[in-house]
Design a protein. Sequence first.
Length: 132
Amino acid sequence: MTVLEIIGTIFLLGGAAFSVVGGIGMIRFPTFFSRCHAAGVTDSAGAAGVLIGLMFISEPLIAAKLFTVLAFIWLSSVASTHALVKAAYARGIRFYDDSPFDFTKKRDEDVSEDASGENDSLGARGTDAEEE
C-alpha cells in the first residue's frame, strides 16, 4: 500500500464511522429538530470523509469529479436541512415536548402593537415602546 492509499483508507473509515454514529444519533435523539441536526451533520461530514478518502485513492480526473460532488453535497445539505426544519416549524412542530411556550414567537402584546401600527421596525422592545 502506498501512503496515499493509507490516507484514503483512514478517511474512508472515518467517514463511515461518522455516518454510523450519526445514524445511531438519529435513532436516539428525542425530538424532530435534534434528529434533523444529526442527519444534516452526518450527511455533510460522513460523506465528506468518504469522498475525500476516495479522492486520495483515485486518479486525478476522478478526484476532480469527486470534489465537485462533495461541493454539491456541502451546499445542498445545509439548504435542504434548513428548509425541512423551517417547514416543520411553520407546521407547528415544537422544539421539545415539555416546552411551556415558544421562545421564537412574539408575545401577545407585541403582536397587538404591530397590528395597531404603533410599533416601529425595531419591535416593541425599542425605547419608544417603553416610554408609552
